[in-house]
Ligand binder design. Structure first.
Ligand code: ADP
Ligand code: MG
Length: 235
């Protein structure tokens, strides 16, 4: 079974082509990382996958009634709503008591149940990330899209939240697409990657194999970074 198939996807704005020729497929238990430098179109691609924007050309086929959850790069929590309502809002069709219960469950899964009545603006960035994650999983998505969810966290918090995301994706049985510019995040969470660079899909496949013979500048840089760490460890 395939959750989603992307064929020859391209997106352009007046300013020019963001990318073209992007193709890949996602199975229900996939963990895919989208790696690329800033401005390479990672957020654009994620928004297309979520159906929030239309491609300029190419096709996205989604499984029937595919449920998608997304954590936005800027989190996009509603500042005027309490945390519980932020999460419950992602379930507009259910009766209110059920929505609130599901929202409480999702907050508990993300280990922030005690923040339910707080406003997002009063939370630390790590807590906000967890609330955004709770909102993304409350409708039990089959596909979870994460746009650089760890980039503003300190190293310890980042490790903690990465482990949390791994656990949650397993718990709700969702496929994962992680957008990142950090190869270590990709290594920690993904089995497969695609690299966006120079307005195209520069390479794709198993990250560890690709790193042994990188074709893109992005992966060459990552391989060099890893090598540097290895050398330092040996010294
Ligand atoms: P990334 O997430 O990899 O940093 P983005 O997807 O945010 O990259 O942006 C890729 C390119 O597309 C950038 O050059 C950006 O300016 C452009 N872009 C994104 N959204 C729009 C938009 N709504 N209108 C015009 N250009 C856009
Ligand atoms: Mg982005």
């Amino acid at each position: 079974m395939t959750l989603l198939t992307v064929q020859d996807l391209a997106k352009s704005y007046d300013g020019g082509t963001v990318f073209a020729g992007v193709s890949f497929a996602l199975a229900p238990d996939d963990r895919l990382a989208v790696l690329g430098p800033s401005g390479s179109g990672k957020t654009t691609l994620l928004r297309l996958l979520a159906g929030l924007d239309e491609p300029s050309s190419g096709v996205i086929e989604r499984a029937t009634d595919l449920r998608i959850g997304m954590v936005f790069q800027d989190l996009a929590l509603w500042p005027n709503l309490a945390v519980l309502d932020n999460v419950a809002f992602a379930l507009p069709n259910a009766p209110k008591t059920q929505r609130l219960q599901s929202a409480r469950d999702a907050l508990a899964s993300c280990r922030v149940a005690e923040l339910a009545s707080r406003k997002p603006g009063t939370l630390s960035i790590g807590q906000q990330q967890r609330v955004a994650l709770a909102r993304a999983i409350v409708a039990r998505p089959q596909l979870l899209l994460l746009d650089e969810p760890f980039s503003s966290l300190d190293p310890l918090l980042r490790e903690e939240l990465m482990a949390e995301v791994r656990r949650l994706a397993g718990e709700i049985n969702a496929a994962l697409v992680l957008v990142t510019h950090d190869v270590f995040e990709a290594l920690a969470l993904a089995r497969r990657i695609i690299v966006l660079e120079d307005a195209r899909l520069a390479e794709s496949g198993d990250l560890v194999s690709l790193l042994s013979a990188p074709q893109s500048r992005m992966l060459r840089q990552c391989a060099a970074q890893i090598e540097k760490l290895r050398v330092r460890k040996v010294e």
